[in-house]
Design a protein. Structure first.
Length: 265
């Protein structure tokens, strides 16, 4: 059996391997360039996740989301045993949502590959358009939000990316996977340099566990995430640092919508 196990390689990629063992792993990687490239990808993935979610991890937990308060509320509604089990599940979800990630790579569901491909294809087609880039312009964002929310059967706000230098061009409805209601929404944003990014959203499968994934495809960078309510893929060709900044802003705003929806009961 190889001494270079997955756990050992992950510890190396995370910088947690004892110094005495690092030289052996480095020599092994030098002799195995394909494996070295994979480890380098893990490290880039880990850096990207820390950049994207790190600020959220430093924020104080809102009072309504504190474990004791959640546990008390669940205890009032359910039997003691069921309440504590549900509280544990909620805390796991909060840990992921707050950006407390301990591993360098979170594998999204297999169908995420298709969603990312659809998002990149739609981005490529419509960012090249001028007069017909969107169906509903950003100037009518209230109607756009209401229309797409109704079509996806879930609340979809329009993220404000002005702090990142982008304004809402508008959005459109697209065909989607039958398992997700057969519809997808695309929002388009543009900066002063006429660079565009798109946000591709579909309804999620029931009881969907959180998932996160970065991908490069057809010259575009995509950040995909999913939760129990929606899936979202941010696509663009901006430099990596800018894509992380924009993607983080979209994530923070749309997941805040999830929290609000949960509190509506």
């Amino acid at each position: 059996m190889s001494e270079f196990t997955s756990d050992r390689l992950l510890a190396f990629a995370d910088g947690q391997l004892p110094e005495a063992e690092r030289a052996a792993v480095e020599a092994h990687l030098a002799a195995n360039p394909d494996l070295a490239a994979e480890i380098a990808a893990w490290q880039r993935q880990s850096d990207a996740l820390r950049t994207l979610f790190g600020p959220a991890g430093a924020e104080p937990v809102p009072a309504r989301l504190r474990p004791r308060r959640i546990a008390a509320e669940l205890g009032r509604r359910r039997s003691s045993a069921f309440g504590w089990a549900a509280a544990a599940l909620v805390l796991v979800g909060l840990g992921l949502g707050a950006g407390w990630f301990a591993r360098p790579l979170f594998d999204a569901e297999p169908s995420s590959q298709y969603l990312i491909a659809d998002a990149v294809n739609a981005h490529t087609v419509f960012v090249a358009e001028n007069r017909h880039a969107v169906e509903v312009p950003g100037s009518d964002s209230e109607h756009l939000s209401s229309w797409l929310s109704n079509r996806l059967d879930t609340n979809l706000g329009m993220p404000d990316l002005s702090a990142e230098g982008f304004t809402l061009v508008g959005g459109r409805l697209l065909p989607g996977e039958p398992s997700r209601g057969g519809r997808a929404a695309q929002l388009m944003y543009e900066n002063a340099a006429k660079q565009r990014i798109t946000v591709y959203v579909t309804a999620a499968l029931p009881d969907r566990a959180p998932a996160y994934q970065f991908a490069s495809q057809d010259g575009a960078e995509a950040f995909y995430w999913a939760n129990a309510r929606i899936t979202c893929t941010v696509v663009g060709t901006l430099p990596e640092a800018e894509m992380k900044t924009v993607s983080r802003a979209v994530y923070q705003q749309l997941t805040e919508g999830d929290v609000a929806r949960a509190n509506w009961g």
